[in-house]
Design a protein. Structure first.
Length: 344
């Protein structure tokens, strides 16, 4: 029997990206999946636009696929956040071309926004796997089949992730963004593999890593049952790194799967690489992550930051980017991050 997968896509003011992602999903060659879109209280009319797409009123243009009018209409089941939290919610009757739309009452960020859908899926849909997928991605037709195949090749694998390309890198779509990462705890960074390299097959072997990107993670049901959900203190960024480290320590393997491919509009939903929210939460959550998972390295990290990285970042934000907003986000992230870490 083909394993059941619940695919969860978090949307926040990004319906244009979301419907391109959905159209690529509804053309995959896997035969047993649910699609859940969680809207984090968007203010751009996302809910109506997503439903318009599902009814066939909006045609999606993409360089990665040809729009298929034959897979419309897509049946939509629309639920409020409070409803999906109820214990007696009945399983919906939907085909693979159906969509469950959960409307959150506020913007909960990545961690809690996804947790609401994960709890619902595990309790009501009871899949074998949960797939977390960023709304600003486009997937290859075979990506899910390849991820499940790798996952089921070894019962010790708990999380699998694809080869991630940039959606557009100077007009190219063959430049790698991410193939996996190993954590360097004392510096609060990761050794990221494949980043900014043109794909010439150099990352075509599966490998075990410390971390996979939250933009696309296939997670075995047993992982959630063993270690719980995402830590909602992170809100945004580093929560998937924390989750991966917890999974590894519980005995699960985390594996990069090169035959599965997606394309990612990196940092699109956050307004770019040096937007206020991205800089702030990346900075703040490093402290929380290290103090929680590697307390023995925390003061080494603080020393490294104070003696080297702080000056480099301040110089970059003020002299190279000339973005006062990003500098303020970085400084506030340092203060709030240290404060959060001291409470762990």
């Amino acid at each position: 029997m083909i394993s059941r997968v619940s695919i969860i896509i978090l949307n926040w003011n990004g319906w244009q990206d979301t419907i391109e992602c959905l159209e690529s999903l509804y053309q995959i060659d896997y035969q047993n999946y649910d699609v859940i879109v969680v809207d984090n209280r968007s203010t751009d009319d996302s809910v109506r636009k997503i439903k318009d797409y599902c009814s066939g009123k909006i045609i999606v243009n993409s360089k990665f696929f040809k729009y298929d009018s034959k897979n419309k209409p897509i049946e939509v089941l629309e639920y409020e956040e409070d409803y999906v939290k109820e214990d007696q919610v009945a399983p919906p009757s939907l085909t693979n071309r159906g969509l469950i739309l959960i409307k959150n009452s506020k913007n909960y960020g990545f961690a809690k926004g996804n947790n609401i859908a994960i709890k619902y899926a595990l309790r009501v849909l009871r899949p074998d796997y949960i797939l977390l997928l960023n709304n600003d991605t486009v997937v290859d037709r075979a990506f899910l089949k390849e991820l499940v195949s790798v996952m089921e090749s070894d019962p010790r694998i708990g999380i699998a992730g694809p080869k991630i390309y940039y959606y557009d890198y100077g007009g190219r779509s063959d430049v790698i963004s991410f193939t996996g990462e190993d954590v360097i705890a004392w510096r609060g960074v990761g050794k990221r593999y494949g980043c900014n390299e043109v794909d010439r097959g150099q990352w075509d072997k599966p490998m075990e890593v410390d971390r996979l990107e939250g933009s696309c993670m296939l997670i075995k049901r047993e992982v959630f049952e063993r270690i719980g959900l995402f830590d909602e203190r992170f809100f945004l960024y580093w929560e998937e790194t924390d989750f991966c480290i917890r999974a590894k320590r519980a005995g699960f393997k985390i594996v990069y799967c090169p035959r599965a491919r997606i394309w990612h509009k990196v940092a699109r939903s956050m307004g770019g690489n040096i937007s206020y929210m991205r800089v702030y939460f990346l900075t703040r959550n490093r402290f929380l992550f290290i103090k929680k998972n590697f307390p023995e390295h925390f003061w080494k990290f603080v020393l490294y930051l104070a003696l080297y990285e702080f000056w480099r970042r301040v110089g970059a934000f003020s002299l190279y980017y000339r973005r006062a907003e990003a500098l303020m986000a970085y400084l506030k992230g340092l203060i709030d991050g240290y404060s959060a870490a001291m409470k762990v």
